[in-house]
Design a protein around this ligand. Structure first.
Ligand code: MLT
Ligand code: ZN
Length: 483
């Protein structure tokens, strides 16, 4: 680790900066031992190995703002970090050891749940799971659900505009945000924790921070919208003969009652095989297939007859050979087991070996075409490569991931990541899609920005960054490519 941190023209002794910060946060608020900081310097996918002189863990917004102000004065960069579940290295410090990690984990109070205003007010370090439970205890639904919800924290979920399983019905994280509290890169606190449904008072600043991946400021608290808690929920797992059939099934449910479709998730035979192989206590309720769909219907209306609807749509789809096998959950435990088959895909893929992830979106109608073209192009690019597409078909966001050919050296496979991402990118661009649907840009994908978001769009982003963070101390190297 360097003894000095050099940023711009100012040079500070690390020990001096850390002593000033320690006076603010106290001994519980700072980790400096490599054994304590290790978990904060590597990303979930183990793609990035960062280094840091310290992890700062403020207990409240005032402490955090004081730390940010000290770092701004010293021109020291900060990397805000929540549950450290980024898929694109968005919360991992650089390898040169010049950046401090700012962990939000101790700021984990749920300040209020209001079932009349239908809002929850909470600090950034609350896990998404804990927030869902608090909302449910008040008879409401926090309608955001992602595979990493047990670990992911609200601050990170908002800073990355997480999507997840319920986007088709409730939108992304940004659609749930009514108010934010943010510490700006100079240490000022923006007290924007409003909970108004209507508020036309100038630029919508909160939306600037949602999806900014910690490059414009640190989200410290939020007010989120809640939805009515469903009183009927039905879950079914189906085997379908093709991705085209999965799309046909989706349109059948949409035609029946679009308001009831809460999740429509696609999985391939390869991904399911990985789950069954690597995740304990998982099993399929029918014979293995090449394609699967998980459907969740939910409604807050009592007596809506969702079970009948699910049965009716599935029976007609089986008759038309759009579905080859289907099972409906008979209990809460079965429902959880069916969801596990989908939610464990990322973990199972990690255990299988090295993978290149493409978190892409296209118009829903184009998903089958994208999958067919990617299967063909990837086989041409690298014989033996295993395509493992899964994800949120109902909103057009597929994790078009690729696993190394069996037996291939992992590093050699990962060295081809740009070639694989470019191959997918070409198809996705042709279908009017996006190269990052929900995982963000992080440090993995800034190189793609000029190509995909160049011209006026990247220019506006750079101007916003410079206006709010002129010293470039907030999560450097993420989202925007180096000029
Ligand atoms: C998911 O939907 O499970 C995630 O976004 C994970 C992934 O892409 O691997
Ligand atoms: Zn996802």
């Amino acid at each position: 680790m360097p003894d000095t941190i050099t940023k711009q023209s100012t040079v500070f002794d690390i020990a001096t900066i850390l002593a000033s910060i320690s006076a603010v946060v106290g001994p519980r608020g700072m980790l400096t031992e490599p054994s304590d900081t290790a978990a904060y310097t590597e990303d979930w996918r183990r793609l990035y190995q960062g280094r840091t002189p310290a992890v700062i863990r403020p207990a409240n917004t005032a402490e955090l703002a004081a730390v940010v102000a000290l770092c701004a004065e010293a021109h020291v960069a900060l990397v805000p970090q929540g549950g450290n579940t980024s898929m694109v290295g968005g919360a991992t410090p650089s390898a040169d050891g010049s950046e401090l990690v700012l962990s939000l984990g101790r700021m984990n109070t749920i300040r209020a749940v209001d079932p009349i205003d239908m809002t929850i007010t909470l600090e950034a370090g609350v896990t998404l799971k804990a927030a869902q439970v608090a909302a449910a205890e008040a008879g409401c639904l926090l309608p955001l659900s992602i595979s990493s919800e047990g670990t992911a924290q609200i601050g990170g979920v908002l800073a990355t505009n997480a999507g997840g399983n319920n986007t088709l019905r409730y939108g992304n994280a940004r659609d749930l945000v009514l108010g934010l509290e943010v510490v700006l890169p100079d240490g000022q606190i923006w007290h924007g924790l409003r909970r108004l449904r209507k508020d036309n008072t100038g630029y919508c600043l909160r939306q600037l921070f949602v999806g900014s991946e910690g490059t414009l400021g640190v989200i410290t608290a939020a007010v989120l919208k809640l939805a009515p808690k469903p009183c009927e929920t039905e879950v079914a797992l189906c085997a379908v003969p093709s991705a085209q059939a999965a799309l046909e099934l989706y349109t059948r449910f949409q035609r029946h009652d679009p308001a009831a479709v809460q999740a429509f998730e696609y999985m391939s035979g390869a991904g399911m095989e990985f789950v069954l192989r690597h995740i304990p206590n998982t099993s399929l309720p029918f014979q293995p297939a090449a394609h699967y769909v998980l459907i969740e219907l939910a409604t807050p209306r009592a007596g809506a007859g969702l079970r009948d609807m699910m049965e009716e749509v599935l029976a007609a789809a089986m008759e038309a050979e759009v579905v080859s096998d289907a099972v409906m959950a008979e209990s809460e435990a079965q429902r959880a087991n069916l969801w596990r088959l989908r939610e464990e895909h990322a973990e199972a893929q990690k255990r299988e070996g090295a993978s290149v992830k493409n978190d892409v979106s296209v118009p829903v109608s184009k998903v089958p075409e994208m999958l067919a073209r990617a299967a063909e192009a990837s086989a041409r690019l690298m014989p033996g490569i295993r395509m493992v597409p899964f994800g949120h078909m109902g909103d057009g966001n597929i994790h078009l991931n690729f696993e190394q050919p069996p037996g291939m050296d992992a590093a050699a496979f990962l060295a081809q990541d740009h070639a694989i991402m470019d191959m997918v990118g070409e198809i996705v661009r042709d279908l009017d899609g996006s190269f990052s649907a929900e995982h963000g840009v992080g440090q993995l994908k800034p190189y793609m920005m000029p190509d995909w978001r160049g011209g006026a769009e990247l220019d506006m982003m750079r101007r916003i960054k410079t206006a709010l963070d002129p010293l470039g101390v907030m999560n450097p190297g993420k989202v925007l490519p180096k000029p």
